[in-house]
Write a protein that binds this ligand. Structure first.
Ligand SMILES: *[C@@H]1O[C@H](CO)[C@@H](O)[C@H](O)[C@H]1NC(C)=O
Ligand SMILES: *[C@@H]1O[C@H](CO)[C@@H](O)[C@H](O)[C@H]1NC(C)=O
Ligand SMILES: *[C@@H]1O[C@H](CO)[C@@H](O)[C@H](O)[C@H]1NC(C)=O
Ligand SMILES: *[C@@H]1O[C@H](CO)[C@@H](O)[C@H](O)[C@H]1NC(C)=O
Length: 570
């Protein structure tokens, strides 16, 4: 794959690709808009990606090719619940407005006849994309397959051909891989000996595994003797993602880069708890071993991309803007019956730029800058005192579809409540001390998707505590009063925010979009995404407020809010 002058024919031959007869393309026009099963759709998003109807889950094979962003995702063409999974496909010039295409990969071979599950794109050394994905074969085993574009001159890459050698990796009697726990190949990376490497999520009993395979030609893969990494008692690892991050600055780098200026990140989606957790560490590309940094916590109590609903995420390197971008599926929090009634389930998060914090101890995330072109009707407040117990409305924006950024100034840190030593679980602490539980320094923050009179509201806020030898900032998203409909999962989410208290400043941004709220605390050090289904606070009846339910005043240094224009979300 090193010679960039290889003709397509030769590449096809090299990859063992045979063209399939496109005689069973059964999903024609499935993305053409049809009115949903229910006319009243207050929960559909205005700028978060979703198809017109049906079930979606994991993002797959996200990449940039010939200046176009390609987004594939798990999709059920036949209904609003999981099943019949194909790779639906959309493209975009700006990660904001999307054009749908026919499904790119759908069951057609014995190695994927029962489903085309998640996988990732690799840009081969010649600039040509290749997809590795999990197929459910005719014996219902999970195996790994390859597909490549049929016509590399077509920037939309609408047609994909599968390798005749599929499956390329499979469970056998010799390798002891569990055929029900072997899925989601990552983007492959090149090691020093010009061999490709890829990891696949798995488990043995309760031990989560990142099984490593290597290949010189992307077709013949062999299993490495040891996994890249494993961790006890973490359960099945889904959708692993493994990438380098620069020690300094916000730029992203190619997945194959290694050296003294980078750390490596291993993210796994924990099937048991449905959380995307990561560690930061070092990758020895001679031994092919990843070692998390000392002090890293593995598994569910470790670092998370997002402390709300956020699962099966995947990053890619955008080599045009030199950034690494994170995409993710956001599941519903409504009942299956309600999903069927509304005719759809699942949205995708706003793509986030992701980089290593200066501390080297965590990642930082921020919505891609392109999303800001949807901003309209700018409203701002500055130097406004939020007295203890006050609620002030932010008027003049469409509060059901908005972007709001606020920075607070905290004066009297000494007044903070004492953090009890047993309060180690931030989510539990947020649910015990929700937005209506009065405090000293906080709770203060935003009430979003709120009804007049606050019968319904989602509260995104901070609370400051005096810890053992430092102040501790808790960030919460309290959904307990988000809807009068009690059939929804209204779990409160929370996390501790590691910020420098000496600044006396705390920032919060929330992207609000009808049934989703994506919040970024401390400039993107803690992210919390929630799904909410207000019954009163819908469309024009939704309001936005700033609040302070502590007994100490907090100053709003600056608040900027915008209505968000509707994007072409598919
Ligand atoms: C490949 O795509 C290009 C650009 O869309 C198009 O002009 C050409 O006809 C396509 N070739 C084939 C064989 O379909
Ligand atoms: C294989 O994985 C499946 C799915 O998690 C599990 O039910 C089964 O017990 C596993 N089998 C073995 C032999 O570990
Ligand atoms: C999706 O949400 C439903 C309902 O809240 C929940 O039962 C399920 O576990 C969630 N799945 C994931 C992957 O988050
Ligand atoms: C403020 O609230 C804290 C925590 O509830 C309490 O300990 C403190 O006495 C209150 N202070 C005033 C002046 O009410």
């Amino acid at each position: 794959m090193a010679n960039s002058n290889l003709g397509l024919f030769f590449v096809l031959a090299l990859l063992g690709i045979v063209e399939l007869e496109a005689s069973h393309h059964v999903y024609k026009h499935l993305q053409t808009f049809q009115s949903s099963s229910s006319a009243n759709q207050p929960y559909r998003t205005g700028y978060h990606f979703q198809p017109p109807k049906n079930w979606i889950n994991d993002p797959n094979g996200v990449m940039i090719y010939k200046g176009l962003y390609h987004f594939f995702y798990q999709y059920n063409p036949k209904g609003a619940v999981w099943g019949n999974i194909v790779w639906a496909h959309s493209t975009s010039e700006d990660l904001v407005n999307w054009t749908p295409h026919e499904p790119a990969i759908y069951p057609s071979q014995p190695s994927d006849i029962n489903g085309c599950w998640s996988g990732s794109a690799t840009i081969l050394s010649s600039g040509k994309p290749a997809m590795l994905y999990t197929g459910i074969d005719s014996q219902n085993r999970q195996v790994q397959n390859l597909a490549i574009p049929k016509n590399l001159s077509d920037p939309y890459l609408t047609e994909w051909v599968k390798s005749a050698k599929n499956p390329l990796m499979q469970p056998t009697a010799q390798n002891h891989i569990n055929a029900s726990s072997f899925r989601d190949p990552t983007t492959a990376w090149l090691g020093p000996n010009k061999e490709w490497r890829v990891i696949i999520g798995s488990k043995v009993n309760r031990q989560g595994l990142a099984i490593l395979y290597k290949s010189k030609n992307f077709v013949n893969w062999y299993q490495s003797k040891t996994p890249l990494h494993s961790a006890d008692n973490t359960g099945m690892w889904e959708c692993p993602d493994f990438f380098p991050a620069l020690l300094h600055g916000q730029n992203g780098v190619d997945t194959s880069l290694n050296g003294p200026n980078v750390k490596h990140v291993l993210k796994v989606s924990l099937d048991d708890t449905k959380h995307d957790c990561y560690t930061i560490g070092s990758y020895d590309n001679v031994e092919d071993i990843y070692t998390p940094d000392e002090g890293s916590v593995e598994g569910d109590s470790g670092l998370r991309y997002d402390y709300g609903k956020y699962y099966a995420s995947k990053t890619f390197f955008d080599n045009v803007q030199n950034r690494r971008i994170l995409t993710s599926w956001i599941n519903e929090s409504s009942s299956v019956a309600d999903d069927i009634k509304k005719g759809w389930s699942g949205v995708h998060a706003i793509p986030r730029k992701i980089w290593l914090d200066e501390s080297g101890k965590q990642l930082v995330q921020w919505p891609v800058v392109e999303i800001e072109k949807l901003r309209a009707n700018h409203v701002s407040l500055a130097n406004k005192l939020l007295e203890g117990g006050s609620v002030i409305e932010v008027p003049g924006v469409t509060a059901a579809q908005a972007d709001v950024e606020v920075s607070f100034e905290i004066k009297d840190f000494e007044k903070a409540e004492v953090l009890e030593p047993s309060w180690t679980n931030p989510q539990l602490l947020c649910s015990r001390k929700g937005a209506s539980v009065k405090g000293s320094l906080g709770p203060f923050g935003l009430l979003v998707l709120a009804s007049e009179g606050l019968k319904e509201r989602t509260a995104v806020f901070f609370r400051i505590f005096k810890g053992h030898n430092k102040y501790v900032v808790l960030m919460c998203s309290d959904q307990s009063r988000s809807s009068l409909n009690q059939d929804n999962d209204m779990t409160t989410y929370g996390a501790f925010l590691d910020v420098d208290n000496r600044q006396h400043k705390l920032s919060l941004r929330s992207l609000i979009d009808h049934s989703i709220v994506e919040s970024f605390g401390g400039g993107g050090k803690v992210c919390i995404t929630s799904r909410v289904y207000p019954t009163l606070a819908i469309n024009e009846a939704a309001h936005l407020y700033a609040f302070n339910n502590g007994n100490q005043s907090i100053k709003i240094l600056e608040l900027n809010a915008w209505s968000m224009k509707t994007a072409k979300i598919n």
